[in-house]
Design a protein around this ligand. Sequence first.
Ligand code: UT7
Length: 311
Amino acid sequence: MPHGRITGWAAHLPERVLTNAELTTMVDTSDEWITARSGIRSRHVDGRVTEMSTVAGREAMAMAGVTPDRVDLLLLATTTPDQQFPASASVVQHNLGLTCGAVDMNAVCSGFVYGLVTAMQFINGGVERILLIGSDALSSIIDWEDRNTCVLFGDGAGAVVIERTGDQPSLLGWDLMSDGSAAGILYCDQGGKIVMHGREVFRQAVLAMASAAENAMTRAGITADDLALVVPHQANIRIIEASLKRLGIPMERASLVLAHTGNTSAASIPLALVDAIEAGRVAQGDLILMVGFGAGMSSAAAVLRWDPPTG
Ligand code: UT7
């Protein structure tokens, strides 16, 4: 098992807040409908992936006390790069003054957990230090006339620094999955806007979340009772409730930020993780389950032993 641990973290949301009330002036919807069906009250929009990632990445590095020359790899999980190419990771690398490899990873809303598992394999292979960022600007690919989708998504970025350690492993178990047969229920064509069959995504999401989480916990040799914190993908409060119910995990153990972020895709799990850490919800040695799903349908889960640097 990889011996990497998270030593720095940061979250960033763009300034512009779009409330449910404002959305009612754009499409035929209501604050009551959006809140009851999704749990979302507002979201941040008009972000750009390279800008949000740069801010979050810089803050995470500062917290870890890591200078740019000491980062060995930049992984940027995103579905909405600023340009078709170059990779947004290359722009962020330059902005941060890094002198290492940099690549975008697209597993849509599961991207951050895919990135975390990937990062840990690099660490296991001898890499010392990785900057992992999950960042998405979904407001750039929303059809603002489609009430089925425009009320759900938002923009943001979360970053972590992962460093190699000789001590106990922190990634105890993981699961990565993709079911391409469901690719048609949620997609965005090149240059197009988000198309979603919401009810079917909902149904499959609950199954995928529960399955990924169960597989990761089994591989970690733990049960739901051992978890101190669950960091689920922040798509819809009802999806989170239904999947945690299947897993036998009380909602009090979940980190929730979607009420003020909406669904930020690859940024959703790091935003919720950072929120829980900063609220003092995890202590040394606690077990954290991160679990996400997204278009693809992709799904991913990781069980992490919380092992922040001391002092
Ligand atoms: O990262 C993954 C991204 N996607 C998701 O996770 C989405 C998964 N799906 C969902 O979260 C839910 O399916 C939604 C929140 C999208 C919809 O909730 P629902 O309970 O599944 O509602 P529904 O699709 O069954 O629609 C119920 C009604 C429909 O009207 P009719 O056909 O019953 O007359 C919709 O047209 O609600 C209508 N509706 C709305 N009404 C007011 C759909 N969107 C809206 C809206 N405001 N924004």
